[in-house]
Every structure is written in structure tokens, then in C-alpha cells.
Design a protein around this ligand. Structure first.
Ligand SMILES: O=C(O)CCC(=O)C(=O)O
Ligand SMILES: [Fe+2]
Length: 334
């Protein structure tokens, strides 16, 4: 018998009202916070994003990439610059580009990004903006269901998210270069971490190599069994981030995940991997005060939250929380 799939697949094409969507997703939000969503309607746009991302990483000059180097969670992170899991000696085997909100131009004017964009991305700014908007809309739909699942008013979370020039949400292109046959490398493509926003939508490409894994919160940190997430054709992988875990008093879990290379490395080497993430963030001044009685949070959940520097019941703004998480999670290698 095949082992149970670590991450369930949910077709949302017929789940138009927040109540039916809430019924379909609440169990997985409470167990790992990871789900594959099909029927989301972004398939074609996501393919276009992969084309743009691939051209950017392959063809853009280093000078142009570095002109837009990472600062304040926006811009280009060089290969091996990021250390998602600071307890490991090796940096992540990836490069990335973070694009913050792009304002669509009015009256035929060009779109206005909120950061310098490399030429190749600037040419596609309108498409990037449309994709950001589509991801934001689908997250609003999911967040309505999150509120219903917690017996909160349907707009409890959505009213504390907005799209606009001061939004902290990020569209991130990621590229994990191919590993040649016979190479000696750390198996760490992206170190173990949790995401820090409200939720993440991740797009993976079928030919992009697998390797994404989760460690459910029921597993011990040391020696626990990591589960392969795998890939589902046309699906978007959705996962709960730390902001929602805190907000929901750990009723919804923000689960550790990582990207690894197969061990031992196959004799033929490993192909490159591209992925695209939409990190949906609450509005900067939104209060993340836990919306269930703090006394109902289990000691295990409190301990997990404390390890991330998160204290349920404390009145913390989304911006302060994001700053603290960026400092502790996204260490950059020299
Ligand atoms: O590339 C992936 O599949 C995962 C990336 C990720 O988890 C992240 O950037 O937060
Ligand atoms: Fe992540």
C-alpha cells in the first residue's frame, strides 16, 4: 500500500463560498498547514512567470543583477548568500529575486515598481504586477475561509491585508543551479525554516527537480522524519506562515520545511530547480494579537512558538513581527 500523502490536494474550483472552502481545508491547516491547491486559475500566468524567471537567471548580466542587490527584503540574493537555517554551516545553494508591490500605471502609463528592477524584469513589470494581484486575490479568498474555520467574522483576516505600495508582500523567483555529476556539496538547497508571513503560495515546475520536504510539528526536531512534499501537476502549494500561527494561537500550524538534494547524489548529477513563491503579508500596522484564549494553546505549541521568538497574547504589529523574523531567519552569508 502506498504511504499516505504528506500534503493533501484540494480542488477549489467549485468551492466558491468561504464556508465550503473552510470545511475542505481546516483539518490540514490544523495538522501541517500545507496543502496543494488545484483549480486556482493561475496555471497559465504561473507558466509565464517561470519563463520570465528562467530568462532572468540565465540571461541577465551579473552587473545588472547586482545593481538591484538585496536590501530591505527586496532585490537580488546571490548564489550561496542566504542561510535559511543558521544552525547549519553551509549556505543555501540558490539565488533569488524578491519583487515587492508594483503599481499598475494609470491611463496607459508604465507600471511603477517600488524598487529598482533589472532590465529583464522591468520589461515584464505589467505581467509581474498582474500575477502579484492574482496571488493576493486568491490569498484573500483563502483567508476568508481561515476566519470561518476559526468561527471569526469572515473578514477578520482579509480586512488586515491590503495590496499597495506599502504592502510587505513579496513575489520571489528562486533558482537552484544544477549539481554536476561527482560534485561534493552539502545536500542543503534551502535550509530548514518556517515562513514568516500569513501564507505562502509556492509554484514548482515538474521538470525542476523535487526535494521539498516538511517536518510535521509532531516529529522531534532532532532525528524527526522529514516527509517529501512531491509535486502535483498544475497545483499551487499553499502553506501557513508564522503570522497566522501566532494570530490563530497555533490552531493553524506554520511547519518547518527545506529543500534537499538526493543523497547519495545520482551519478548523473541533479537538474536545476526553479520555484516561485508569493509571500502574502498582513498590512504593516495590523495587530497579530492571538484571537483565541491563550490558555487554550498547548504547552508544545507554546514551546514551538517561543523557539521562533513568538509570544502568543502579546500585542505585536505585523511589521515588528516581520522585522524580527527577517533578522533571525534570513541570515545572509558574507
Ligand atoms: O524553493 C522551494 O521550493 C521552497 C522555497 C521556500 O521555502 C522559501 O523560499 O521560503
Ligand atoms: Fe519557505
Amino acid at each position: 500500500m502506498a504511504p499516505p500523502q504528506a500534503v493533501p490536494v484540494i480542488d477549489i474550483s467549485q468551492l466558491d463560498d468561504p464556508h465550503s472552502l473552510a470545511d475542505a481545508i481546516k483539518d490540514t491547516l490544523a495538522s501541517t498547514g500545507f496543502l496543494f491547491v488545484t483549480g486556482h486559475g493561475l496555471e497559465h500566468q504561473a507558466e509565464r512567470m517561470f519563463d520570465i524567471s528562467e530568462r532572468f537567471f540565465r540571461d541577465e548580466t551579473d552587473d545588472e543583477k547586482l545593481r538591484c542587490a538585496y536590501s530591505e527584503n527586496k532585490g537580488y540574493t546571490r548564489f550561496s548568500q542566504e542561510v535559511l537555517d543558521p544552525t547549519r554551516p553551509a549556505p543555501d545553494l540558490k539565488e533569488g529575486f524578491n519583487t515587492a508591490h508594483i503599481q499598475l500605471g494609470e491611463n496607459g502609463n508604465p507600471p511603477v515598481p517600488s524598487q529598482p528592477l533589472p532590465n529583464l524584469l522591468q520589461q515584464h513589470a505589467a505581467e509581474l504586477a498582474a500575477f502579484q494581484h492574482a496571488c493576493f486575490s486568491i490569498c484573500q479568498r483563502l483567508l476568508q475561509a481561515f476566519a470561518v474555520a476559526l468561527d471569526l467574522p469572515v473578514d477578520f483576516f482579509t480586512s488586515q491585508h491590503h495590496a499597495g505600495p506599502d504592502s510587505r508582500s513579496i513575489l520571489r523567483f528562486l533558482h537552484y543551479p544544477a549539481i554536476p555529476a561527482g560534485a561534493t556539496v552539502d545536500p542543503n538547497r534551502a535550509g530548514a525554516h518556517t515562513d514568516y508571513g500569513s501564507l505562502t503560495c509556492l509554484f514548482q515546475r515538474e521538470d525542476g527537480g523535487e526535494g521539498l520536504q516538511i517536518l510535521p510539528s509532531t516529529e522531534p526536531l532532532e532525528g524527526g522524519r522529514w516527509r517529501d512534499v512531491g509535486m502535483v501537476r498544475g497545483a499551487m502549494l499553499v502553506n501557513v506562515g508564522d503570522a497566522i500561527e501566532l494570530w490563530s494561537g497555533a490552531n493553524f500550524k506554520s511547519t518547518l520545511h527545506r529543500v534537499v538534494l538526493p543523497t547519495p547524489l545520482p551519478p548523473t548529477g541533479v537538474p536545476e530547480r526553479f520555484s516561485i513563491a508569493w509571500f502574502n503579508q498582513p498590512s504593516p500596522q495590523a495587530s497579530l494579537r492571538t484571537c483565541v484564549p491563550v490558555s487554550t494553546i498547548s504547552p508544545e505549541d507554546r514551546e514551538r512558538m517561543a523557539r521562533k521568538g513568538v509570544e502568543p497574547g502579546k500585542d505585536v504589529t505585523a511589521d515588528a513581527h516581520l522585522e524580527a523574523r527577517l533578522k533571525s531567519t534570513y541570515k545572509l552569508a558574507k
